[in-house]
Design a protein around this ligand. Structure first.
Ligand code: ACO
Length: 431
């Protein structure tokens, strides 16, 4: 695979090792450190994986400095402008954009997998009514492993594909059911005459007493946010899915672990944290005080929805969604909501403040996604669930890619041990 090598020399004992250098389609060269320990007796140390690639992947490419995000080579801006979510899902799973026939067949398959087994509904009853919907998602998605024995052979590519279809189809149904459980309303069955995003809004907002007619602007916004959130290469939750899958765990268990990782406020939980933060700030007159808190190293407060591990100039998804966010706020009846005014003011101040400009802390996609979901009347506790529906496509695409990669091995990082050196057991009477 590689002609080029790099030679490392340990200055203290003179041992050398030649390590292969790889080059992907695009992006920096990558040094293969697999032989470092056997050749030199040294491990690498890289908390947070700042400079460590964990796999080969042909799904998504990010250039954080240039603000580029491509799915299978297609810039996110073009997909966001022109594609439907399921078209993007097909692209991520299969590598190519679908033809009309391929897309309608894919949509048909997803539509006919969208119901959940009636007995699965009993799982929801095990949760207290005020359980966080993400807690319900982790449990219910994990429990799917108990339902599909017909397609759980992870070494069979067709079984893997069926699992991916099932998960993409059932996530909106499970997500809406976790919301309905939370508000004490009966679950609403999916409708096959609606498209993916409209059907999700229907399952969220219809009741047996009243039909819900999805607002086209709301459908457009959800479609766009789902596309923007569909994949983001080796982020924390996708890496979690891959690590869980590397032990040959079944896909539903892997997905449940991905959902758990996504829940954290430093990752997918950020959009919910943005709204909590706006509520805490409370009023435009408090913005300066909170900006000062965010800059104070002795204060744990951070501006949620600002900053990103990879995008250090701008988050291309934020640029796309910002426009729609402003469009929605202008067109919706809720425009004079003081929280939205506060959000726009915070955005303005932070974009000009030296601390944020110097550290390249721009609003990320989740600063806007939370505000949009709020404007669509989706409750805060459902924001990360919405993210999980979209990211299911990326998780499944990565899991399928990993499972068909002959270089795949169980993920097993090493450590720097900082505990005690060897010592002898002391009887309890002498301690
Ligand atoms: N508010 C205030 N200061 C911040 C923020 C913030 N949101 N983010 C980073 N900083 C500061 C840090 O204190 C640090 O300052 P220093 O250099 O003076 O010590 C500097 O900016 C660099 O920050 P790091 O935490 O080292 O950057 P890292 O890449 O590790 O973290 C992260 C990125 C986790 C996203 C961080 O910016 C953050 O916590 N943001 C808020 C949470 C958030 O919005 N997460 C969503 C990410 S997008 C997604 O998951 C889809």
């Amino acid at each position: 695979m590689s002609e080029k090598t790099i030679t490392l020399t340990n200055n203290s004992d003179g041992r050398t090792v030649d390590l292969p250098l790889y080059k992907g389609t695009i992006g920096p060269e990558v040094m293969d450190i697999g032989k470092l320990y056997s050749g030199m007796g040294i491990f690498t140390y890289d908390p947070g994986f700042i400079a460590t690639g964990s796999c080969r992947s042909s799904i998504t490419y990010i250039d954080g400095d240039k603000g580029n995000l491509w799915y299978r080579g297609y810039p996110i801006e073009q997909l966001a402008e022109r594609a439907k979510f399921l078209e993007v899902a097909y692209l991520l799973l299969y590598g190519e954009l679908p033809s009309l026939d391929q897309l309608s067949e894919f949509e048909r398959i997803i539509r006919y997998h969208s119901m959940i087994n009636e007995t699965l509904k009993n799982f929801f009853d095990g949760f207290h009514f005020n359980a966080h919907p993400m807690a319900v998602m982790v449990g219910v998605v994990g429990s799917l492993s108990a339902f599909y024995h017909d397609s759980l052979d992870i070494n069979n590519p067709r079984h893997r594909e069926i699992s991916a279809h099932r998960m993409i189809a059932k996530m909106p149904t499970i997500a809406a059911a976790s919301y309905k459980h939370n508000v004490g309303e009966p679950f609403i069955y999916p409708r096959n005459d609606l498209d993916y995003c409209a059907n999700f809004l229907h399952m969220m907002f219809a009741t047996p007493c009243e039909e819900y007619v999805p607002d086209p602007l709301a459908v457009k916004a959800v479609n766009l946010l789902f596309i923007l959130h569909a994949d983001h290469e080796q982020n924390a939750s996708t890496s979690t899915v891959r690590l869980a899958g590397s032990s040959q765990a079944n896909p539903f268990a892997c997905l449940a672990s991905g959902i758990a990782s996504l829940w954290g406020p430093a990752h997918g939980g950020a959009n919910e944290a943005v709204l909590d933060m706006l509520r805490e700030i409370g009023d435009v007159s408090n913005v300066d005080k909170y900006i000062a808190k965010a800059k104070d190293k002795n204060d744990p407060f951070r501006l949620m929805g600002f900053g990103h591990r990879v995008y250090k100039n701008h988050d291309p998804r934020a640029t796309i969604i910002r426009k729609v966010c402003h469009e929605i706020l202008e067109s919706m009846a809720d425009t004079d909501n003081p929280m939205f005014e506060l959000a726009l003011r915070l955005e303005e101040v932070a974009l000009e403040d030296e601390y944020f400009v110097e550290r390249k802390l721009y609003p990320n996609v989740d600063f806007y996604s939370g505000i949009i979901y709020r404007a669509l009347n989706i409750p805060n506790s459902m924001f990360t669930v919405m993210f999980a529906i979209a990211r299911t496509v990326g998780w499944m695409a990565h899991w399928m890619e990993m499972m068909s990669d002959p270089q795949q091995r169980i993920g097993r990082p090493r450590q720097i041990y900082t505990g005690h050196d060897r010592r002898d057991y002391v009887g309890i009477e002498r301690r």
